[in-house]
Design a protein around this ligand. Sequence first.
Ligand SMILES: [Mg+2]
Length: 374
Amino acid sequence: MASESDYRIVDVRTYPLVQRLPQPAKTSWGTYEAVSILLVEVETASGICGVGECLARFAPAGYAEVIKAAMPRLIGQDATAITARWKDMRRTLSGRSGGILIEAMSAVDIALWDILGKAANLPIWKLLGGVGKTDVPVYGASIRWGTDSEADSDLDLMRERGLSDMKVKIGRPVDEACRRIARLRERAGDDIRLSADSNWAYSLDEAKRVAAALTDNGYHWFEEPLRPEDEDGYRQLHRRCAVPLAAGESNYTLDQAMPLIRDRTLSVLQPNVTRSGGITETRRMAELAAMHDISYAPHVGMSGIICEVASLHLAAAMPNTLSMECAFAPNRFRDGIADIAPANSRIKDGTVAAPDGPGLGITMNWDLVKEMVA
Ligand SMILES: [Mg+2]
């Protein structure tokens, strides 16, 4: 007979979700019309359940299959021994870590932290230590890489919401990006902090030209100028430009993030908790960055409410948090899918509070979740 303190895992349920975006996202990759994620619900013998999410841009049902394959390693095991469960899931692969497995593990890991918090009756930010405040600075994301009038209306909307920190999407051609960089600086004025994100758009030579424009216009960081595998390119760019470099949303694990942290090529590390192995591994990445005086700025992008809330817990507990990405576009994975409003409607003085309830501190609206199952 199961007792209240029996946290052995009895079931892992998966929910592959798809939505058409109410407002398509425009980046250097093109226009995203639809987006998907996977949610999981982990049930323990005590009756306590935890929820998690992973980034699953395409084929979310494939992620559900990966989790089913890892389930024999989870069922019957202690949900609160999170590091052991993380290692067990990691051993599903015999090769290098990364890709779909680590993304899928992220969902389960977040659910296990939710369970641990509920078992301890503490919010996750407190389990992680906390830094004495739960109001997390946020920046608005993103000013679209679309027409000038789309970019202007994005900037105006975020300014109306009281944000003075925001991110601009840029891409190719380079001349057009440089024009956009200067144009938005002029429109925003000097009191608004602007950063730029190119989502790997450039060659090294192109990135050097864009970096010069960003420096001239007082931009705060240059995000993902090059493809993530080109570590030497990042190093060369860092030596040749003054604007701080940011990256990390395309890294899966600490060992992939480590080289550019260790030599301080990056100034800002931006892991996505629903891709980078969950709270367990993202915490390791943020702490390694802190040891090297590198800031932590959680990536959220087109992810769902669990990603946003898990990021708030981490951001409220890491010593080197700079600001969390706060997406403004309407998104059914965030709007009304849980009993907490999306961060973009909870901004106070440029910050958003991490939830106070046990675990993640949210309850999912399962009817809405089930409506979106692919
Ligand atoms: Mg980005």
